[in-house]
Write a protein that binds this ligand. Sequence first.
Ligand code: PA5
Ligand code: MN
Length: 197
Amino acid sequence: MPSFLAPPLQPLRIRFDSPAATAEPAGPLLVRRMSSLEGLFEAEGLRRELADAGDPIVYTVASSPVPELPRELPQSLTTIAPGTLGGEFYMTKGHQHPDPQGEIYLCLRGTGGLLTFDGATTSWIEMTPGVIGYMPPGWAHRSINTGDEEYQFLAVYPGSAGHDYQWVVENGMGERIFQGPTGVVRRPFRVDTGVPA
Ligand code: PA5
Ligand code: MN
């Protein structure tokens, strides 16, 4: 199974244009199914049902072999399936960088959006092929497929940034993105306090 290379690395060419749209040479491949997205969609009950009945793949992350280590600049290719759950578009888990560092996403295919949240302010960037979205340090980020085909983007990020998923579980993302009658609808994010509303 492909894995990260051990430093020191030699300069290398990485291709993301293979038919399978994975890095070549390849690094680790992460597959996120519905069962691994507990507590992230508003319709948690529906998510559980779907996880028990077929457990579809929501997204994959194909990394290059560049290791997530300080001074390296790893890349990954995320592909989000089209779909909605309770009207909410399929999306990534979303995370903060424990080491606050910026990151860029370049849209390659499909239609999607980049939702970012710094704990107070939410920002929404529409992503179509050829658009780069930039996340400054300190902004949690989540990607959403708002189209009816796969949405795919390339991420490039500092190797020391890391992924803090718990921050999003505790703080939310400011908004949720739903399919409306005429397109994308942004709704305020309700953080589940465990207390009925
Ligand atoms: O480093 C990144 O920000 C991306 O490669 C993401 O990790 C990727 O898009 C998957 O999202 P998440 O890590 O929130 O599941
Ligand atoms: Mn990131």
